[in-house]
Design a protein around this ligand. Structure first.
Ligand code: ZN
Length: 370
């Protein structure tokens, strides 16, 4: 595989520009990056020789010659993402466009034991064994889990949803044939969403799964806070002395808006809850109304703090699209400034956002390294 890059700054800048724009013309690159056309052309040739971009179709232009369209080749590199939850293990393979090329989700309850890690290794081997992509094009594997991870991306500083010890990183890293790092699941999912909704504006991701969390992204990067604990939205107190939260305190958003508040009525089956709700089950409608009352309260609080769009994700986010108008209405009624709820948006990845987001580290690192 071609590894010799023509490492000038222009080479990387032009690649990153095309990546961000998704498609563009030679003239556009020259104009917006303020690089001369001959330099742009030379670097586009290098990028093309390195199999990083291709030339496809052509822009319609008003008169004159049609301009070639340059796009990044999504299949130039790949990254793996793994998501560890209390009950499941997911593995995804994504390309540079963050499209899921292959994925596997298995029922595999977490246990901090040798047997668990040995089976995890077997599952990774099986998954890799069926891939047709060149193994050396795979950059690494990001691992997401419901835990607070320190800045070294290897050390767990706090975990209650899965009972993991300090050795988890070493246990997994020694069993897979690629570099790996650990990431918080909600941050990862948020990162995946912010990359697909690429925007210069800050964006919040509210992770509504069996635990509630989130992420604040600025320019496609997660805001980590001073102790890597920023955006723990699940433990915002919304009701003084309210319901007990798994963290031991009372009145946290998690105690009102975790997916369990809905799936408790359908034997842990969230899909069934939403199916019943869609069929007009009045009992479920009452439960959902109460859920969205608290959700709207949290959304309005976040909007007051950050004044940006908020993506609803997690397992609840996968089913929420058709209820967004009613959630917006409730949130708008609380907003004394804007009196609007259109900042609330649905998520792009209905499944595996956390696994995709964990893979992004390696993709981002690759793009930055050019
Ligand atoms: Zn709490």
């Amino acid at each position: 595989m071609e590894q010799t890059y023509y490492k000038t700054r222009d080479f990387g800048d032009i690649y990153r520009f095309i990546y961000q724009k998704k498609e563009c013309s030679r003239q556009q690159i020259a104009k917006e990056l303020d690089i001369s056309l001959p330099t742009v052309t030379r670097n586009l040739n290098f990028l093309s020789e390195s199999s990083l971009i291709n030339i496809g179709g052509s822009f319609r232009s008003t008169g004159g010659r049609k301009a070639n369209v340059y796009r990044c080749r999504p299949e130039a590199r790949y990254a793996l993402g793994m998501d560890i939850t209390r009950g499941h293990l997911s593995i995804v393979l994504v390309d540079l466009k963050l499209d899921i090329v292959d994925s596997e989700r298995i029922s595999f309850p977490f246990a901090d034991t040798k047997a668990y890690y040995d089976r995890l290794q077997k599952e990774v081997e099986r998954f890799l064994g069926r891939q047709v992509v060149e193994k050396e094009k795979i950059l690494g594997m990001g691992i997401s889990l419901p835990a607070i991870i320190k800045g070294d991306q290897k050390t767990i500083s706090y975990a209650t949803v899965v009972d993991a010890t300090g050795n988890l990183y070493e246990e997994i890293n020694s069993r897979i044939p690629y570099p790996s790092m650990l990431f918080n699941d909600a941050n990862s999912a948020g990162l995946a969403e912010s990359w697909v909704h690429y925007s210069e504006n800050p964006i919040i991701y509210l992770f509504l799964s069996n635990s509630v969390g989130g992420a604040l992204m600025i320019n496609g990067k997660i805001f980590p806070g001073m102790n890597w604990r920023a955006s723990e939205f699940g433990h915002m107190k919304i009701i003084p002395n309210g319901k007990k939260c798994y963290c031991g305190k009372r009145g946290c958003l998690d105690a009102y808006c975790s997916a369990k508040k809905l799936s408790d009525f359908t034997n842990d089956n969230l899909k069934e809850f939403f199916e019943e709700l869609a069929l007009g089950n009045q009992g479920f409608r009452n439960v959902f109304d109460e859920y969205t009352d608290y959700l709207a309260l949290a959304l309005n609080n976040l909007r007051m703090c950050y004044d940006c769009d908020i993506i609803l994700g997690g397992t609840v986010g996968a089913y929420i699209e058709e209820y967004i108008p009613e959630i917006r209405e409730k949130a708008a009624a609380l907003d004394h400034l804007g009196k609007r709820g259109d900042y609330i948006i649905g998520c792009h990845y209905k499944t595996e956002a956390a696994a995709v987001g964990a893979a992004i580290y390696y993709i981002s690192d690759f793009i930055d390294s050019l």
